[in-house]
Design a protein around this ligand. Sequence first.
Ligand SMILES: [Zn+2]
Length: 85
Amino acid sequence: MAFERREILLILGVFCLMIRMMAFLAPIFATAIAVLTYFGMKSFVKWRKKQIRKAMGEGVCAVCGSRIADNQCPNCDVSKDSKAL
Ligand SMILES: [Zn+2]
């Protein structure tokens, strides 16, 4: 399993946090919080990547350039309706 550079930075950050917490917390609590923070960050990054990919996949409106949400343009849907009338 190859570690990404960001992964190493995350581990180092969590490790520093753990060392700092050990100053005023029991080592077992500091370690538990550090592990929770690590997995929390991992799942946040995964979720964020998914959100970004979703946003990129839907693209932008060819007419007004605003971001497509739920397969429709929030601006042009209104104007399409007014054109039809
Ligand atoms: Zn539009």
